[in-house]
Design a binder for this molecule. Structure first.
Ligand code: PRX
Length: 673
């Protein structure tokens, strides 16, 4: 099935000349400190080096950052575009690169993973430990019949065994398909079927918000729907909950893995051998199995992790808060950091268990130096108040990263000031499941940072912003973000559906990858991401970004979080409807008067952006509907704003949120003026 809205982003896209070119003017600038710049991995000449010969640049990165069992002689084969082949005649093993070679280089005693369980249990695994565990697990899954090329589904909490399981698959060249542990049995089932997995690796459960939550029942339910390819289920005991057991099919991890030999020879695979499949939502109902291959993906994962986060493997303690169920967890928890020999923290639980300072307590405890998280988390912490992080020693931090959605300048500056002590560079990194690794981001020792902008394509990456006629827009104008040259970690396709791959990404602008995002170039040519093109509104012929209005709302001291949607309006085509969560003290400040809050915020938006952007309606809500990955589901808010029956809310992290919002709607709403 094709993706109509991605392939034909007609009126939903931002206009190249909206008349609102200066909306995203953000005057504050944060140049790197001379001390940081002096020690940074990446220097400005990386850009000129890459621009001089992009292909050779990538070949050199791939040679330098990875260990090849058979060195490649070809760099890029684009003759069958858009199907790319990178480093195709080379051979390597991903797990060997992530683990064994560090032990062979004498770093076996270096901690690879500091695991922090939600309940406070901890484990540290050195690279030598990881080599032993991954080898045993590889032998165990091979004994269960998994062969090179077979697919393995992984449905686990964020515990060390999850990382070990992924690497064990990579060690035998069996592509893994990690399914986020928060997904339902239904979602798991469709992914197992699509990938035709032969093995499912899971756990009895994990700890979440202070209690044990089960995982194995969802696997049982998914397999009960029929999954002819699955032969075994390998189960880690994490919580000790009772589990249903299917004899002959189910196997305990501690029986199979602990009994297995710690000697295992990694399987050398071709660079283009699939490393993993990761399902992501498209604009249609059917998730897309994005697949990545080995050599190019690892090269760009390592390169970006080293340069964007300025990693020093001997001294840094790195922490990416993503779950392994998302691409960020693949590239910046598992492959990037481990291929680079980093020491990192992984944390099983939520930021507020058992208290709202848990993350900052972890930063203090392990002396975390590099933190990579999402704007939604930053805004949640803002909502909780800066006195919470203020109770912990965060002075070890030296680089902060953001990913997943546009970060509004207020959140950016709060992150840098409150978490980074006004000292750390902040890197806003744009990329996607499909791109495999970071594509657009400042370099922390080089780029003068602008809060709210991802700024520039990394050295080696070529991006542009095009108008409807596929022409690059001038500085100051908006359009569609495209990637104009192939890159090593690009998706190699949609599993089992090459046509959908071509239609979704390569048909809108022939010869270019269409990312599905709206973007704008500022007067310096820096790129500002404006959100998915389907989240852009058209009000009275003016195109407005939800992101811009949200950013304006959040810049008001009363607002903790905001989501904006375009609702159909008889007069103006679309009208802006905003849902806001107020900070604790805001209602007090407004004299507990909802009408005052609404009027003040409408005026504030008018002041920040212009009267055209004034929300028709502002609804004060207690929560926003978010998916389990933290994305706001604007589709549901649009249903509310347009007085429709709320659509499918099953992917919400908390399905009662929509009831709360509906209840809040019965209160008097603001009128338009
Ligand atoms: O809209 C962009 C947004 O997230 C989308 C990709 O989502 P996903 O495949 O789930 O990967 C998320 C983690 C890489 C993009 O199309 N996005 C991601 N990073 C940013 C962003 N939007 C603005 N700024 C970012 N830094």
């Amino acid at each position: 099935m094709t993706e109509p809205s991605a392939a034909t982003p007609t009126d939903a896209a931002p206009a190249p000349t909206s008349g609102l070119e200066n909306l995203l003017t953000e005057a504050r600038r944060f140049p790197p400190s001379p001390e940081f710049a002096a020690q940074a991995n990446a220097t400005a000449d990386l850009y000129s080096w890459a621009n001089a010969d992009r292909t050779t640049f990538w070949a050199e990165q791939a040679r330098e950052l990875l260990t090849w069992s058979t060195p490649f002689t070809q760099t890029l084969d684009w003759s069958d575009a858009p199907f790319a082949r990178w480093f195709a005649d080379g051979r390597l093993n991903a797990a060997y690169n992530a683990v064994d070679r560090h032990v062979e280089a004498g770093h076996g005693d270096r901690v690879a993973l500091h695991f922090e369980g939600e309940g406070g249990d901890t484990r540290a695994l050195t690279y030598a430990d990881l080599q032993r565990e991954v080898s045993k697990a590889a032998n165990a899954i091979a004994a269960l019949g998994v062969r090179t090329g077979d697919r393995v589904a992984i449905y686990m909490p964020l515990i060390p065994e999850a990382v070990v399981a992924m690497l064990a698959c990579a060690r035998i060249g069996a592509p893994h398909s990690v399914v986020f542990g928060g997904f339902s049995a239904e979602a798991l089932s469709s992914r197992i079927l699509d990938a035709e997995a032969t093995l499912v690796i899971t756990a009895d459960g994990g700890f979440r918000r202070g209690s044990a939550s089960a995982l194995k029942p969802a696997v049982d339910e998914a397999l009960a729907k029929g999954a002819p390819s699955v032969q075994h289920v390998l189960v880690v005991r994490r919580t000790g909950q009772p589990v249903e057991w299917t004899e002959g099919r189910d196997v305990w991890w501690h029986d199979a893995v602990e009994a297995a030999s710690a000697q295992h020879a990694p399987v050398e695979v071709e660079a283009e051998h699939p490393l993993f499949i990761l399902y992501t939502s498209g604009t249609t109902g059917k998730p897309k199995g994005i697949f990545h291959t080995t050599g190019g993906y690892l090269a760009q994962a390592a390169y970006t992790h080293l340069n964007v986060f300025d990693l020093k493997p001997e001294t840094d303690v790195y922490w990416c808060t993503a779950d392994i169920g998302w691409v960020t967890g693949h590239t910046y928890v598992v492959y990037g950091p481990l291929v680079n020999g980093a020491t990192q923290v992984i944390y099983e639980g939520t930021p507020d268990t058992p208290h709202r300072g848990r993350w900052w307590e972890i930063v203090q405890k392990y002396g975390v130096t590099i933190l990579y998280t999402a704007p939604t988390a930053i805004r949640t912490c803002m909502k909780w108040g800066e006195e919470i992080p203020g109770q912990f020693d965060l002075s070890s931090l030296r680089v902060l990263g953001s990913v997943g959605e546009p970060i509004n300048p207020e959140a950016w500056t709060w992150y840098r000031r409150v978490i980074g002590g006004d000292r750390t560079p902040v890197v806003d990194t744009w990329w996607q499941t499909e791109t495999g690794a970071i594509m657009i981001s400042p370099l922390p020792g080089v780029t003068e940072a602008k809060p709210g902008s991802a700024q520039v394509p990394l050295p080696g990456i070529a991006a542009d912003v095009l108008d409807d006629d596929a022409k690059p827009v001038p500085n100051g104008a908006g359009g569609y973000l495209v990637l104009t040259e192939p890159w090593p970690s690009m998706l190699r396709g949609i599993w089992g559906d090459p046509e959908r791959y071509k239609d979704t990404y390569w048909s809108r602008f022939p010869g270019m990858y269409f990312a599905g995002d709206g973007a704008k170039k500022d007067e310096d040519g820096d790129i500002w991401l404006l959100g998915r093109v389907d989240d852009v509104m058209n009000v009275s012929g003016h195109r407005l970004s939800t992101t811009e209005i949200e950013s304006a709302l959040v810049s008001h001291p009363w607002v903790a979080e905001a989501a904006v949607v375009g609702a159909t309006d008889e007069t103006t085509g679309q009208a802006v409807v905003a849902f806001v969560i107020l900070r604790g003290d805001a209602t007090e400040a407004a004299g507990s008067d909802a009408a005052t809050v609404q009027q003040t915020l409408r005026d504030h938006v008018a002041r920040e952006i212009g009267p055209i952007a004034k929300p028709r309606q502002i609804l004060v809500v207690a929560e926003l509907p978010k998916t389990r990955s933290g994305k706001i589901m604007r589709r549901l808010l649009r249903d509310v704003a347009e007085h429709r029956q709320v659509g499918d809310a099953t992917t919400l992290a908390d399905s009662s949120v929509m009831d709360l919002i509906a209840a809040g709607l019965n209160k008097p709403a603001a009128s338009s003026d």
